[in-house]
Design a protein around this ligand. Sequence first.
Ligand code: NDP
Length: 787
Amino acid sequence: MNKIAQIFETLEYGPAPEAADQAIAWLDHHNRTFGHFIDGEWTAPGTTFTTENPATGEKLADLTEGTPADIDFAVNAARAGFGPWSALSGYERGKYLYAIARAIQKHAQLFSVLETLDNGKPIRESRDIDIPLVARHFYHHAGWAQHLHREFPEHVPYGVCGQIIPWNFPLLMLAWKIAPALAAGNTVILKSAEFTSLTALLFAEICQRVGLPKGVVNIVTGQGETGQAIVAHPGIDKIAFTGSTEVGKAIRMATAGTGKGLSLELGGKSPYIVFEDADIDSAIEGLVDAIWLNQGQVCCAGSRLLVQESIEERFVTKLEKRMETLRVGDPLDKSVDIGAMVAPVQVERIRELMARGAAEGAVIYEPDNMTLPDAGCFLKPALVTNVSPANTLVAEEIFGPVLVAMSFRTPEEAVALANNTKYGLAATIWSENINLALDIAPKIKAGVVWINGTNNFDAAVGFGGYKESGFGREGGREGMSAYLKPKWEKDLQAAPPPRSVTPGDVLGSGHLDQTAKLYIGGKQARPDSGYNRPVFDNTGFEIGEVGDGNRKDIRNAVEAARAALGWSTTSAHSRAQILYFLAENLDYRRNEFAARIKAQTGEDGADEVALAVERLFAFAGWADKYDGAVHNPPLRAIAAAMVEPLGVLGIVAPPSRPLLGSIALLAPALAMGNTVVLVPSAQSPLSITDLYQVIETSDVPSGVVNIVTGSSAILAKTLAEHDGVDGLWFAGDAQTSAMVEKASAGNLKQTWTSRGLYYDLADRRFEGDYFLGKATQIKNVWIPYGA
Ligand code: NDP
């Protein structure tokens, strides 16, 4: 062996500690005790709790437990700050954001060391990933502030935003929340996580230093109860939350019916798919990053390895070897790969989950050549094999350095396994075959897909989940829109109560009996209940009967809609053709439909039919135009922001406008590739039951539109509780709207409700992106380039 080779063989790591003296001096300067940062000032410390260094167990500081009174104080400050802040020009707001970005860069080292002390993540990560991304986020949003009026005309900020963040990326999550909120003109109350508040408090000082107006940013420390007080406060207009799915669901329920805006970025169990033609060495390095970044405490961690069977053995052997070279230890050491878990309770939780998985048959490999530090919250990297999809370690989000491996034979099986989870945050695909990778990416139900790379993040690229990983996006255009709402929303008036009719005469003998059935899977079906509901005209005269749909009918309709999801991959051109054809066939029978509207409501229906035809035309036109974007993040990759449908959409139409009320909601949903279970106006359903024949003659595939007549409130509840429904729109009273939002928390379906307000669906503002945006979600597919 020559000398150089010998040196490489015997090379040992020496200690490479990062000095912590400046961070310690900053803590000491504050006497290691902090109040909240409200209205541009520090409050006196109240009841305190301690924050510790998880690598050593040493106490770092005492923090104040935020009380409802503190939240009240912060809301008042944020409300007072909102007027002047939102009145500033975008350029002025942008300058503040730019100043924050600059200040973060100037103090990057202090932020990095403090983050590592408080959270336990390796200094390499806080220095090279977290803090640079924080600065980038503020730079990016400085630009949004200035261009807002051009890019989001007729939009206004929400007002006061409550923001609740977790402990895994403390300053980065703060930046993801505060930068877009401020750019849009909102003011904020941010609660940092109990374990990791220090960089948020240092950030508060930065806000002071750049002269940010008082009340624009308020930072409150505390635990779960403090978060609850924010969620419950009536003076807050929007809640943005990142954390566990469990708490996300609780927040969905707590905000139901309040009209508060809500975005949720929740947990994940993201697949990491390696095909047999992958560059295996790169895929292994990617995997190290995917699962052991931040000790695996990452919502989008690639925690489920799915490797093609033909390379499984080779891949796992190499991976185990690579695991032996990972260095676990003092996070302030610059050559450490895996630092400390955030807190003892997290170590406990992971050990418990691992014990459960092992009891269920899992085989757990942990390198035996590494020793963990005597003190502190350390865990070895672990690889779990011999598991079925039902094993706890496969199904549950572990949030630790634990990788679960399974194999697959075919690409179809890989997709099925990847999607076999309640979550849908991210996915990684490794293959040297770009055709294969790009075929798989759209089939995975996740908000972010990385091809031949992993854990890429950028301020210009939206991040967020599908399914129970939450809704709303952070970053990019989608992230900005989450902090803005249409200007006209504030002018909405209460909807008039549905017309009340006193049932009078029953159908006369001169009428041909017409009892409309339900329409499910392309066929007319009798209601399961065996009951029908009478339909009256505005004088109380009975003019027909429709089926009284129930839970079972909705179940059948959802099943048919799920079976028809191929509609989402039908080309946009074909969907447009079918919508045009629907319009054409409806127009052909306009007199008959107008007469039916008149018969139900007493109003001349000609205009409504004309508007319905026009609306179908409008969304036929949108089908192939409302599409995505290609982002250029600052690395050798593009991110394709693809517009995808939600899936199965439940639509409960408003009581008024028997035809247009349904068509105005149905058309955008279909244009974007959703399949629909439609509940037409309970009072005047005949315009929609008449539509069956139009649908049948317009080439709409079976199951794409399913129609269940009956009580709006009862059917809305069933749709809200159904896990096979991905989104639900309800136009009707406030009480049922609140119920819909609450009952939808089960699988975190995305909802739109009219909350008892009058949305004039004839208005042309509903001819465009308002409902298109609600019918879709964005998937960002990262594709690297370069040889
Ligand atoms: P939580 O969801 O409990 O915490 C996230 C944030 O919400 C924290 O600031 C927390 O306060 C606050 N909070 C807790 N309860 C409520 C409530 N009822 N209303 C409002 N705010 C509340 O996550 P944990 O920190 O407890 O972690 C538990 C598990 O959640 C982890 O092991 C992991 O599996 C998952 N998780 C997922 C994250 C993700 O990004 N997807 C991030 C963090 C955790 P405080 O922590 O101060 O008590």
